[in-house]
Design a binder for this molecule. Structure first.
Ligand SMILES: *[C@@H]1O[C@H](CO)[C@@H](O)[C@H](O)[C@H]1NC(C)=O
Ligand SMILES: *[C@@H]1O[C@H](CO)[C@@H](O)[C@H](O)[C@H]1NC(C)=O
Ligand SMILES: *[C@@H]1O[C@H](CO)[C@@H](O)[C@H](O)[C@H]1NC(C)=O
Ligand SMILES: *[C@@H]1O[C@H](CO)[C@@H](O)[C@H](O)[C@H]1NC(C)=O
Length: 468
């Protein structure tokens, strides 16, 4: 998790470097006045999953102790990293979430830690247990780090799996969730939003629930949340369904649950394919692949929300690029940031939330900049890179000041150039303005920009071709 912010900045500045080797020197005009989208202050978020440490995918047991049940919350670097975001949005959820029992009140099933399940078990696991001592620890950690928490609730509780199919039927039993929320409120813990279920929408991942049934359960959950929070001056929001977007299923869910029930419509996106796919890196470096594999979903969900849930906001609740735990030697490396930036930017553009242009170069609001909409600029660059295969590696951004007196020469702009160490895209060391961003003596690196005269050209020096 904690790398998100680094990644965000990193990609913003290094994307031109990659384009650069494939195009001739270009002039980009940046519109510093009109952002194409805006995000809120907590746009970047991280997920903490439930997987036990012996979880393996694609012959790779990469989970380690990173889940809500086994993460070492006393690790000072972890706390510092989360704090460094200001208030990081933290979602607790993921595949095993619907099988978690909360050890409070009178759960209808025994509460035991996750074990390897038998044949036909969901994700190869038995049910798991969230003990209240661990919930206390987690909440102390959230509070200490200033995280804004979304907690994924067990939406399969009390339902039955229908035969051999993946469909789960019957009403959701809210008693265990009610006991957890009641406990949470009584302890004064602040959970920003409760999210109902994980990947049960559409054809589901491992398990699915029909949209009409899901909507009924959401109405019920909303009543329970209302009741439990009635004496608090704060009321947690309701997020759902945290699954893969399926137009008919989402539409039905929002129509049947009705106005104002779901505050945050959440969905998951894994547009790079499987983590063990040998083409992962070439997909990450192919702008048209990144666009084509995700923009349809962004566009469709935006329409569904406009039409059926205009009161709600849209969140990409989980997005890892490559599913199944990510790609070895790819997802935790510099190269992954190209995918991440692209996704952040696209999501912002479609869900009317973020200003990616302003992040590229932080321009003063008093400065009018000669401009073309960045969106078009990007697209042009993308189109060009296919046809021109020059090894030229320089790119210039002309920032020309208009409507401001020439005496304003003292102004500076801040530049953040992030590059991979030694030009290796699969490095784990990123350089900021040439200096490695490494943890030293237990402290996170500072993210200091270099100050450059406002109206000077923005230029990236020739760089080696990425070696893959
Ligand atoms: C996870 O934590 C447990 C308990 O502290 C420890 O025994 C185990 O070695 C850790 N596993 C990994 C993969 O770090
Ligand atoms: C809620 O919590 C209070 C004390 O914290 C307890 O007395 C009450 O029985 C709980 N109610 C439910 C519905 O769990
Ligand atoms: C970006 O520029 C604005 C306007 O000049 C300024 O207020 C803000 O502090 C700058 N942000 C950063 C991160 O430097
Ligand atoms: C930064 O840290 C990485 C990982 O610990 C290490 O491999 C690399 O050599 C370090 N780089 C510098 C310049 O200290």
């Amino acid at each position: 998790m904690g790398f998100s912010r680094l990644t965000l900045i990193l990609v913003l500045v290094s994307l031109p470097a990659i384009w650069a080797h494939e195009i001739r020197p270009a002039t980009i005009s940046v519109d510093g006045i009109r952002a194409i989208a805006e995000t809120d202050d907590h746009y970047v978020c991280a997920t903490m999953d439930w997987f036990p440490s012996d979880t393996c995918r694609f012959n790779d047991c990469m989970m380690g102790n990173t889940s809500a049940i086994n993460l070492d919350l006393s690790n000072p670097l972890l706390a510092k990293t989360i704090r460094a975001f200001g208030h990081l949005r933290l979602r607790i959820g993921g595949s095993p979430e619907d099988q978690v029992i909360y050890n409070v009140g009178n759960p209808r099933y025994p509460c035991h830690p996750f074990k390897r399940g038998g044949k036909g078990s969901l994700f190869g696991l038995t049910t798991g247990c969230l003990y209240m001592w661990r919930w206390d620890e987690l909440n102390q950690f959230f509070s200490k780090t200033g995280a804004i928490v979304t907690f994924g609730l067990n939406a399969l509780y009390g339902r039955q799996k229908q035969g051999k199919s993946t469909l789960w039927v019957g009403n959701w039993d809210p008693s265990n969730v009610a006991a957890l929320i009641n406990y949470t409120i009584s302890k004064g813990y602040k959970i920003d939003s409760w999210e109902f279920g994980n990947e049960l929408s559409g054809s589901g991942i491992g398990a699915r629930v029909e949209a009409v049934q899901y909507a009924k359960d959401l109405i019920n959950l909303e009543k329970i949340i209302n009741g439990l929070y009635r004496n608090s001056n704060f009321k947690a929001k309701l997020a759902a369904p945290g699954g893969f977007f399926d137009k008919n299923w989402y539409t039905k869910l929002l129509q049947v649950s009705g106005s104002g029930i779901v505050n945050r419509v959440t969905y998951h996106l894994y547009n790079l394919g499987a983590g063990n796919d040998p083409n992962l890196i070439s997909r990450i470096l192919d702008p048209s692949y990144l666009t084509n594999s995700a923009s349809g979903t962004f566009r469709d969900i935006e329409r569904v929300i406009q039409e059926h849930a205009p009161w709600a906001s849209v969140w990409v609740g989980e997005s890892g690029g490559a599913y199944g735990g990510g790609g070895r030697g790819v997802s935790d490396r510099f190269v992954n940031s190209f995918w991440y930036l692209d996704q952040l930017g696209m999501a912002a553009k479609f869900s009317t939330k973020a200003g990616i242009t302003l992040l590229l170069i932080n321009l003063s609001i008093q400065t009018e900049i000669e401009t073309k909409v960045l969106k078009h600029v990007n697209n042009n660059l993308r189109a060009k890179e296919k046809s021109v295969q020059k090894e030229s590696c320089s790119i210039e951004v002309k920032v020309s000041e208009t409507g401001k007196s020439a005496s304003d020469k003292q102004s500076f702009r801040e530049e953040y150039h992030l590059t991979p160490k030694d030009g290796q895209l699969q490095t784990q060391t990123s350089l900021l303005n040439g200096n490695p961003l490494n943890v030293t003596d237990g402290e996170l690196p500072r993210l200091d920009p270099s100050l450059v005269p406002l109206c000077s050209l923005y230029a990236l020096p020739p760089c080696p071709l990425p070696s893959l």
